[in-house]
Structures are given as C-alpha cells and as structure tokens.
Design a binder for this molecule. Structure first.
Ligand SMILES: CC(=O)/C=C/C=C(C)/C=C/C1=C(C)CCCC1(C)C
Ligand SMILES: CC(/C=C/C=O)=C\C=C\C=O
Ligand SMILES: [Fe+2]
Length: 571
C-alpha cells in the first residue's frame, strides 16, 4: 500500500516537473487543463509530441468552431506519449496495456473538406499501460492511405461512412478511372478506426468495414506497420467485412463478408499466423435487395449467428456516392428481419428464422440454451437494440453532437435478447433482457468477461444513459440474471467510452472469483472518459462493486473512441 502511494506521488511529481521543463508555449489562450485538441483553448501537456501539417492546417478553422467536449474535437497533435498521474489505488496485478481505436481527426484542410459523422474521423490509437500501480499513456494517428491522401490534398478523397467526396472527373479518362475505382472498391476508405484486434500470434490489426481497411500496427509504439495482405482471393469480389471480427480461443478469427452482388454473407475464418481466410459457409439473404448491415455479429461455442437487419446496404450509394436513406444504407422493414445460425464445424445453416424488426449496431454475446440431454435447443443472442429505429445513426452526426438542440436527443435503447429455436421453427423471438429504465433507456458499446465469449454468461458492462442526455454519459454493469444494474457517472456531459473488463491473471470465474475476499480486487473495468471542460481521464472501476477505485489523469481530453482490447504484460 505504502509502495503504491509513493509510486503514485512520484508519478505525479514527474509529470509536474516534465510539464514545466517542456516549456511549451500556449497556442491559444491559457486555461487550467491542457488538452491536445484543435478547438479547445489550453496550454500543452508534458510528454513527447509531434505536430504535423494536419494539425496546423486545421487550427484556423477549428478556432471558429468552439466546443469544449473533447469527445467531438480533433486531436491537435498526431502523437503524444508520457507518464500519467494516478489518483486512487490501481491493483498491482494490473499489468498490461489497454489499447483503443477510434476517430482522432475530422478536419483536414479547410472546413469545406470536413468529415461530418462521428464514424468518419481518421483513426487514432490511444493506449494506457499499467504496471506496478503506475500508468503511462500515448496516442497516435494511424497512417491509413485515406488519412495520408487527405492530409496531402487538404480534403478527404475516399468514401467514408457519412462522407462522399466530390471527385468530379474533368475528362473522359478520369471518368473511366473513377468508375473502375468505384466498382473495385478503390474509392472506399481504408480508415481502420473501428476496432483493434490481437490476432493471437503477436500481430495486432486495426479494422474498418472494407477488406483493405485491415491495417497492422505496433501495439507498443502505436506505429502503423502497413496493410494486412490477405493471401486469399476473396477481396476481389467481397470488398466489405464486418467491423467486429471475433477471435475465439485467442487464436482463430471469424468474420462476415457481406455479398452485395448475390445478396448474402460469407462466414470466414482465419487461423493465427495465417493471412488466408477460409470460407466456412454462406448465408443467402431472405430479404432484399441487399444484405443487412453487419457492423457486428455473434458467436457461440458451436455456431456463428448472422443477423439480417432491415437496414440494408445501398449498393448505389456505395457505387455512385448517391445519398441513401441512412448514409450507406436503406431502412427496409418490409423486406423482413431474420437471424441465421451457421454451424462452425460444417458451415451449414442450421436455423434461419424471421424475427421482429430490429436495429442493432452491436451484439453483446450469444450462447446455446441446452435441453435436458445436453443438446442445444436454442441460441440466445443479446444486442444493443434501438426499438427498430435507425435514427441513432443521425444522432451520431458531428453537427448534432457538437451543438445539441435537444438536450435529451439520445434515442431509446435496450438490451435486446433474441431466442432462436433450433427445432426448425420459422420464427424467433426478440424481447428486452431487462427493464431499460434501469440504465436510462440507453445501452451500447458493451463488453463482457472475455472468458465467457460464446458461453452462458451473466454480466455485461456498457455505456448507458443518465437522462437527459444527447449521448451515452454513464457506465453500467448489468446482471442479466437478477435483472439489476450498478451505475457509474460523473458530471453531466462526460462521454465515457466502451468499458473494458480485465480480470486478474488466472481468475476464471465470471464475477464471484475463487480468490475473492473482502479486501481483494480481482477484476476491473476500464474506460477512457472525455469531460465537458476539454479534459479527460481514465476511470478504473472495481469489476464487482462497480465503485471507482482509481482515476488516471490524461493531460488532455481524447476524442470519443470506439473499441479496444487488452494486451497483457510489459510494454
Ligand atoms: C464505428 C461504427 O460503429 C461504425 C463504423 C462503420 C464504418 C466506418 C463503416 C463504413 C463503411 C461501410 C459501412 C460500407 C462501405 C465502406 C465503409 C465506408 C468503410
Ligand atoms: C453507437 C455508438 C455510440 C453510442 C454512444 O452514445 C457508437 C458506435 C461505435 C461503433 O463502433
Ligand atoms: Fe462497433
């Protein structure tokens, strides 16, 4: 205990000393907390940083667009790293790195080239490394082709989620090239800002929803290694992929490739150490004209669950940059909503049921409900569901997030639970897994204890709502058996990102661990929080009680991040 107090003090002192020694000039007017943001008005923090063309070019424009919440503000510097001050008690067993992906920069060049949606920001990795009760941190922009080209030309050149660049061809050759680029997917982005996935062989990959948006990074320096080259030929036809590949057993990657030509999905897997995806099976869509969006999907021990949402890809929007109803998608409830279950070992579709219409970006977990003889009777699939309303996509437009007109604009959400019978029934069920009022009728960005992936589980940890809010502003631990919650929140307006669950090494029970005693802490939940004053911190919660045990101060607020992972051991 004494050791950890001394360590904390020395980390704080080192930071103070470094801050003064660094002798940064305030770029804009000075204020107490120093973020590395384009439009906040603060001095610079301690640590190493590199300023780039992207930041300087954007400064002028961002000065006019004053916002204090760092969550929606581009980083000022492409990279930074340094020591972080710890307030509270970090468990000494917490030894490893929390790595998180998400948008870092929305502005390149002048404002006319600005990206419009939360999902459009050029990828930035953030890391917080813990060792011996102390913490260090870093962030760095991912060097995707999309980002490099945008910096060079002063405007986005490739199609992002909410942004279609206006690349008007000036002559016939340009026009032919443009069409070829669109058909081959060359006009789509490789801005891998969605997730960061350890492949189980030491390699760590960032992904977005294009196959070419799979990029290897160095988890320690956060440097970009380069595009992940698949050695299979699937990319020739299937240029899209799910934003959430699942790695099972720490070594086998599973993902879905939506097929826009023959509406359906390929279920593929790739072994650790390999660059070759193998097709396990194919699911044909039951509705049309295109597959439903598969930002994420679910797996159980024996099955892959393929959702077919009525929010369907719009091929014409992707090919011709024509606006669809919802960005790249059309909402077509009359086309039906389905859930398909594919057996991992054979690739056969063992169930395909119609379900009530649903809108889910994120699946939480799935498991097999067993009969008395041990055979699976049904598959249970949990997701963050928005009452069949795709308006959540509009809620996440930057303009709305930055200047909320309606202070309670976040649409109602719930934990949706599907039951998919495996007895040949035609229909599946969808219900709320618990009373949504318990978590403010908002729930997304959930994680679980990773040892329970695909297995019957009880607890999920997610971002929730404390109304009124126009964004998820709290964290909640959900008990899906007792139907109870434990909530955490700070000032109104903070934006905590996806909570990550980390258990003490060797601890395998989901919650009530074998080592548990009144004084020992066996698991934590970590989230990076962007506050309303342009600052930020990392909150560390007791995974059991959900009480705050430590706060790691960031010298600056980070933009809202998406998905992260835990890399155990020394950095
Ligand atoms: C962060 C999140 O929830 C979702 C992000 C989704 C993205 C960035 C998806 C982008 C795309 C498609 C859905 C299809 C076409 C390509 C691309 C623009 C990458
Ligand atoms: C749905 C969402 C955030 C909601 C928070 O209020 C973010 C989605 C990110 C995807 O990866
Ligand atoms: Fe996601």
């Amino acid at each position: 205990m004494l050791l950890s107090i001394l360590q904390r003090q020395s980390a704080t002192q080192r930071n103070k000393g470094a801050s003064m020694a660094a002798g940064y000039l305030p770029t804009l007017s000075a204020a107490p907390m120093p973020p590395l943001l384009f439009s906040s008005q603060h001095t610079r923090p301690a640590g190493r940083s590199v300023k780039t063309a992207a930041s300087s070019a954007s400064e002028a424009s961002s000065r006019c667009r004053a916002t204090k919440l760092s969550a929606w503000t581009s980083v000022r510097q492409e990279r930074w790293e340094g020591d972080l001050a710890v307030q509270g008690h970090l468990p000494l067993w917490l030894n490893g790195t929390y790595l998180r992906n998400g948008p870092g920069v929305w502005e390149v060049g002048d404002t006319s080239g600005a990206l419009d949606h939360l999902f459009d920001g050029y990828a930035m990795l953030a890391r917080v490394s813990f060792r011996g009760g102390r913490a260090t941190g870093a962030h760095r922009q991912l060097e995707s082709e999309a980002y490099k080209a945008a910096k060079e030309r002063g405007r986005p050149l490739l199609r992002e989620f909410g942004h279609s660049p206006n690349n008007k061809p000036s002559n016939l050759l340009d026009q032919v090239c443009n069409i070829a680029g669109l058909i081959s997917g060359g006009a789509l982005t490789d801005n891998a800002n969605v997730a960061v996935v350890p492949l189980g062989d030491g390699r760590v990959m960032c992904v977005t929803e294009t196959t070419k948006g799979s990029i290897l990074i160095n988890p320690y320096t956060l440097g970009t290694i380069g595009r992940f080259r698949y050695t299979d030929m699937l990319g020739a036809v299937n240029m899209l992929q799910s934003g959430h590949p699942v790695v099972t057993g720490g070594s086998e990657l599973w993902t879905l490739l939506p097929d826009l030509v023959r509406p359906g999905y390929l279920v593929v897997r790739m072994a650790a150490g390999s660059n070759e995806r193998k097709v396990v099976g194919r699911v044909c869509c039951r509705g049309g004209p295109a597959p439903g969006w598969v930002h994420s999907f679910a797996v159980t021990e024996n099955y892959v669950v393929v959702p077919e949402m009525p929010l369907r890809y719009s091929a014409s929007s992707m090919l011709w940059s024509e606006p669809a109803q919802f960005y790249l998608f059309d909402w077509l409830p009359a086309s039906g909503s389905f859930m398909h279950v594919v057996r991992k070992s054979t690739g056969k579709t063992v169930a395909s049921v119609e379900v009530p219409p649903f809108m889910a970006i994120h699946f939480i977990n799935a498991y097999e409900e067993k009969r008395e003889d041990g055979q699976p009777a049904a598959v249970i699939v949990d997701c963050c569901e928005y009452y069949a309303d795709p308006a959540i996509l509009d809620t996440l437009a930057l303009q709305r997030l930055r200047s909320p007109r309606n202070s309670d604009a976040f649409p109602d959400g719930r934990v949706g639970r599907f039951r998919i019978p495996l007895d040949g029934s035609r229909f599946g069920e969808l219900e709320s897994a618990m009373d949504p009022d318990e978590h403010g009728r908002g729930m997304d960005m959930c994680s679980i204890n990773p040892s329970y992936l695909g297995k019957e589980y009880r607890y999920a940890y997610g971002c929730s709502a404390r109304r009124p809010c126009n964004f998820l502003n709290a964290l909640t631990k959900i008990d899906l058996v007792e139907k109870t919650v434990k909530n955490w929140h700070d000032d109104d307006g903070v934006a905590p990102s996806e909570p990550l669950f980390v258990a003490r090494p060797g601890e395998t029970n989901e919650d009530d661990g074998q080592f548990i005693s009144t004084n020992t802490l066996e698991r934590v939940v970590i989230s990076i929080v962007s506050d309303v004053h342009g600052g930020g911190y990392v909150v560390v919660l007791d995974g059991k009680t959900f009480e705050e045990i430590a706060r790691v101060r960031l010298p600056y607020g980070l933009p809202y991040g998406f998905h992260g992972c835990w890399i155990p051991g020394k950095i």
